[in-house]
Structures are given as C-alpha cells and as structure tokens.
Design a protein around this ligand. Structure first.
Ligand code: PAF
Length: 283
C-alpha cells in the first residue's frame, strides 16, 4: 500500500482510526528528517513490532537554542519521503510549525523533566530537553501510538522521554534501539553532514575514546580517571570536548564504585558540528 503523507493533526487522527478500530498496533518513529541508516533501522524495528508504522518529520524549533542550528538544520523532505516509502512506512506525518504550535511555544504549556534535563547535554543546551519532551508529548497525544521507537545514540533524550511517560502515565511503550555506526565507528547523525572532509576523518575519535573508557573501567580505573583520560583523548584528536562522563545507566547520576550498569556519555565540538555519543558498560 502506498504511504500516506499527512500534514495536519485532524487528518492524522482520521487516518489512524481504521488501525485503532481493528486493534492493529501503531508504532511511531519521531524524527527531524534528513534520514540516515540509523533512522531507517528505527523504521524497520517499528515495522517488525507493529502493524502500522507512522514516522513523523518535524524540525522542532522549541528544542533549539537561540545560537543553535535550527535555521540551517538539513531539511530533505522529498528524499526522506522516498526512503520511507521504500521502507514500507504506512503513514508519514510532516506537519508545519503552525500545526504543532498554533499559538507559538512561548508562554504556553510545556513539559519539564527536572533532574535528567539539567545535566550533561542539558548544561550546554538549556531548555533543549523541555523542547524535546514537549514536542514528543504532543506527538504522543496527536497520534496515540501503542509503541514509540527512539535511537540510543540520544541516550539522555531516551531517558528523559521514558521518565516523562512514567510520570505522566502516558499509555505508550518506549523502545530504544542500538546506535547505528559508520564502518569507522562514528555514530550516524544528521549533524555529521556539517563536517568537512578533514573533520570527518577526525570524528571517529569520539567512539575510540568511549571504547578506551570502557576498557579502562573494566580494568578497574575510577570514573574520575576515565573521564580525565577521555577529555585528553578528544583534545588530542583535535575535538573540543563539552563533557566526557561516566554515569549510572538507569538515571544518569555520577557512577559510584558499586554501580555495575554504566554508560559513558560524551559531547564534543568539531568545526560547525556538536557531536554526541555514548557506550554502555557493564562491570
Ligand atoms: O531525536 C530527534 O530527532 C528529536 O529530538 C525528536 C525525538 C524527533 C524530537 O524532536
């Protein structure tokens, strides 16, 4: 069946009625478009676990800071549409800013997930996770999916969304999917497109530093030691580290010696790009 492309909320609700009436599960894959293999893996997972695959493409102004790349964020709707059609997507929801924020976003209801949103990426991107939580909550309310699929590359975002779903009793099952990487280890990201050829060659240092951190944690080095070495590794490769941090995977609190399920998270600037990545470590 051909993919249906929808721009407004009432049309989205109308299109979802037959799926819901016949008790066929709906999986939502929220994206900002400029799709790559990482997104397509989410779409495949959605198709595997649900009858109806709904993908949203919306570059959400509320999650960008005033000095960030909202204006220049790559918008490639026609190519995305073709890729999604090839993947067997049932519905593509590609709303305008007006459809999502008919009254703007300033001074209107927003979703705050305290604690998880103020650390790591939240420190250098104040308001970012409130923007993410608000738009994801709106998408959940608009589409009322049974399942929503997100990439683990945005590990902090995934935890923020899980916490929001738990706290607001939203009837959605949130699934996280492993990061898809380039052959040299670089995590797939739309922002990789900002890198020059020379920067692209340096970018895998991020993943290498995470792998080294994992080895060091297994050898018994402390979180402080591992973090200091991670920052040095990134700087030595010509990246400007924002943070390199060893955290408890369940709630992103600083790891203590007894914690076994860890995640090492990092963000670094390289040219015009701010790259993020993470690696789970069990010890
Ligand atoms: O991860 C993203 O692409 C975005 O943050 C999301 C979840 C689609 C919300 O705008």
């Amino acid at each position: 069946m051909a993919m249906v492309v929808i721009e407004d909320v009432s049309e989205l609700r109308r299109c979802l009625v037959p799926w819901r009436r016949s008790n066929r599960p709906i999986a939502l894959v929220p994206t900002m478009g400029n799709l790559h293999a990482g997104h397509l893996a989410l779409v495949r997972e959605a198709r595997r676990i649900a009858d109806c695959t709904l993908v949203s493409i919306f570059v959400n102004p509320m999650q960008f800071g005033p000095d960030e790349d909202f204006g220049s964020y790559p918008r490639t709707l026609e190519r995305d549409r073709e890729l999604l059609e090839t993947e067997g997507t049932d519905l593509l929801f590609a709303p305008s800013v007006q459809a999502i924020y008919p009254h703007g976003s300033q001074g209107r209801t927003r979703v705050e997930v305290p604690g998880l949103s103020d650390i790591l990426c939240g420190t250098s991107r104040p308001g970012h996770f409130s923007g993410v939580a608000t738009v994801v909550c709106k998408l959940f309310n608009m589409a009322q999916p049974d399942i929503a699929v997100f990439g683990e590359k945005d590990f902090q975002q995934l935890l923020v969304i899980r916490r929001m779903v738990e706290d607001l009793c939203l009837p959605v099952e949130v699934r996280g999917l492993a990061t898809v990487r380039e052959p040299d280890g670089l995590a797939m990201s739309s922002r990789n497109g900002y890198l020059s050829l020379q920067e692209r060659a340096r970018a895998p240092a991020l993943y290498r530093a995470l792998c080294r951190a994992s080895d060091h944690l297994h050898k018994g080095l402390t979180a402080d030691e591992v973090e200091a070495m991670g920052v040095e590794d990134l700087a030595a490769a010509g990246l400007r580290p924002d943070y390199f941090s060893v955290r408890r995977a369940s709630d992103l609190q600083p790891a203590t010696t007894g914690d076994q399920d860890l995640v090492v998270l990092t963000a670094a600037y390289l040219g015009a790009a701010r790259l993020i990545d993470n690696l789970r470590v069990s010890r």
